[in-house]
Design a protein around this ligand. Structure first.
Ligand SMILES: [Zn+2]
Length: 155
């Protein structure tokens, strides 16, 4: 089982490989976007372990705290509230339980994908701007499950 540091390193490697492939096949993101993508991947590469005292927990809650302050400053109260809700969940779970499952990998980052879509209101303004963020989060999450030997979709 990898440590928090191991997960961050793996998350970084996966994020950079993902970013390379993405900019090769789709478009080259701005530097700010790249920073956001890599940060998301790193956050989710340690997220499954936030239910225990770990480097991952410390890192994640620090990033969360800064992000939440920023959202509140930007008066994005709804987003801040959803993020807060998400943060509480792992504490309620037993370690290496559902946070280490494949369905959680798809479900937990899904607000990144769904929020802009639902916020759009109508189908005319169907908003897929969350896709790169969701993909970044999935990349990080996937690296964690793989490293923990928990990526077993066939189970
Ligand atoms: Zn783990």
């Amino acid at each position: 089982m990898a440590s928090g540091k191991g997960h961050l390193v793996a998350g970084m490697i996966f994020a950079l490989v993902g970013l390379h492939l993405f900019s090769h096949y789709f478009y080259v993101p701005t530097y700010l976007d790249m920073v956001i993508y890599v940060s998301l991947a790193l956050m989710f590469s340690v997220w499954p372990d936030v239910d225990t005292k770990s480097i991952g927990q410390k890192f994640f809650y620090s990033v969360f705290f800064l992000t939440d302050c920023y959202l509140i400053y930007q008066e994005q109260y709804e987003l801040a509230a959803y993020l807060g809700l998400l943060i509480i969940l792992p504490i309620l779970a037993k370690h290496r339980g559902w946070t280490h499952s494949v369905w959680a990998m798809f479900l937990i980052p899904s607000p990144l994908l769904l929020y802009p879509v639902l916020k759009g209101g109508s189908l005319d303004s169907f908003n897929l701007s969350g896709v790169p963020y969701y993909a970044s989060a999935l990349t990080g999450y996937f690296s964690h499950l793989l490293l923990d030997g928990k990526f077993t979709p066939w189970k």
